[in-house]
Design a protein around this ligand. Structure first.
Ligand code: UTP
Length: 270
């Protein structure tokens, strides 16, 4: 399985901190968020993880650089050195793509296309500013559901209060089993009146590779951006797409409040 992590956004909701520290590099304990997301992708079965970044965020790539010097410095700290060895193991599975203009999430995912060309299985997409806490990793569960439904596309979902639907991509679907829905429609940031349900797309996707063909011809949508949600809506005309309300909680590290909540959830610091 291939995985794509879009992490090239401006991070304006976290300025001025995100001016020089990309939000994806914010620490959650001793690891930056992006490392936890790479670990989730690999746990779900990814053999290659494509991180889509921008030239303004060199620290992402630097974090995964293999630097032998660290092993000398950590000679007397074997436990920390073991963490660095584990990081090097992750690095071997990472490829880098660049988004030169921030034209939206769909456009960012499209930049990974050369790395997934020829893929037959669904591609895992994990938002670089979304972490999911809980007993089981959301992507691992979604991969299981995808296999159960014949390698189908699966979109991770969470229920949100109705007054917040206009912040998210919202889906409608027919229940096929507890927590699993066969999707009928998706709409990006609808008003309360337009929202087909309270189920919001929540940072994790397993998408049939046809999504890349659709993204290449995707017109701009909400906010003048190329929206991944709009291409998934088009995918529905040729493929079944399922939604899974995963039991974990999604955390948005892209704004200060969401980041504090993430620290509480992951480190029991509150
Ligand atoms: P967001 O919309 O949360 O990120 O996209 P943003 O654009 O950085 O946020 P603000 O509004 O300016 O604060 C979700 C994920 O998609 C990536 C982001 O880096 C984030 O991980 N993204 C978004 C891109 O890679 N490129 C884009 O053009 C937009």
């Amino acid at each position: 399985m291939k995985a794509v992590i879009p992490a090239a956004g401006y991070g304006t909701r976290f300025l001025p901190a995100s001016k020089t520290v990309p939000k994806e590099m914010l620490p959650v304990g001793s690891k930056p968020a992006i490392q936890l997301i790479v670990e989730e992708a690999i746990a779900a079965g990814a053999d290659e993880v494509v991180i889509v970044t921008s030239k303004d965020k060199p620290s992402l790539r630097a974090h995964f650089d293999v630097d032998e010097l660290w092993h000398n410095r950590l000679k007397n700290k074997p436990e920390i050195d073991a963490e660095m060895v584990r990081l090097e193991e992750l690095s071997k599975k990472i490829s880098w793509a660049y988004q030169y203009e921030q034209k939206g999430l769909g456009h960012a995912v499209l930049q990974a296309e050369p790395f997934v060309r020829g893929e037959k299985d669904p591609v895992l997409v994990l938002l670089g500013d979304a972490l999911v806490s809980g007993k089981k990793l959301a992507s691992v569960e979604m991969a299981e559901i995808s296999r159960k439904y014949g390698n189908a596309s699966v979109v991770g979902l969470e229920r949100v209060p109705l007054e917040k639907v206009s912040r998210y991509g919202i889906v409608s679907g027919e229940k096929v089993e507890e927590g699993v829905f066969k999707l009928g429609s998706l709409v990006e940031k609808p008003s309360i009146e337009e929202a087909p349900s309270d189920m919001a797309i929540a940072g994790r996707y397993l998408l049939d590779p046809e999504i890349f063909t659709l993204l290449a011809s995707q017109e701009t949508g909400h906010g003048g951006e190329i929206q991944l949600t709009d291409s998934i809506q088009r995918l529905l005309s040729s493929r079944s797409v399922y939604g899974y309300v995963y039991p974990g909680k999604r955390h948005d590290i892209g704004n200060p409040q969401g980041y504090f909540e993430t620290l509480c959830a992951f480190n029991n610091h509150c």
